[in-house]
Design a protein around this ligand. Structure first.
Ligand SMILES: [Zn+2]
Length: 65
């Protein structure tokens, strides 16, 4: 089970910084398509990591089959 609690002591590679940097990581529900009539069913969990150095974010869809 993914946790929604942010990790504050997590390092991963940041393309903007071009090196490993501290990140916060959280789970976020994002709507896939705003035009969909079934918006409730088009929300997908994303793993969102935010670089603490440049404030850049990287979102990875978690339900990729
Ligand atoms: Zn960065």
């Amino acid at each position: 089970m993914p946790t929604t609690a942010p990790e504050t002591d997590h390092h991963e590679f940041c393309e903007r910084c071009d090196r490993d940097t501290p990140h916060t990581v959280g789970i976020e529900l994002r709507t896939e398509s705003e035009r969909s009539e079934n918006v409730e069913f088009s929300r997908e969990p994303y793993r969102v990591s935010t670089c603490l150095i440049c404030d850049g974010t990287t979102a990875l869809r978690m339900n990729d089959a």
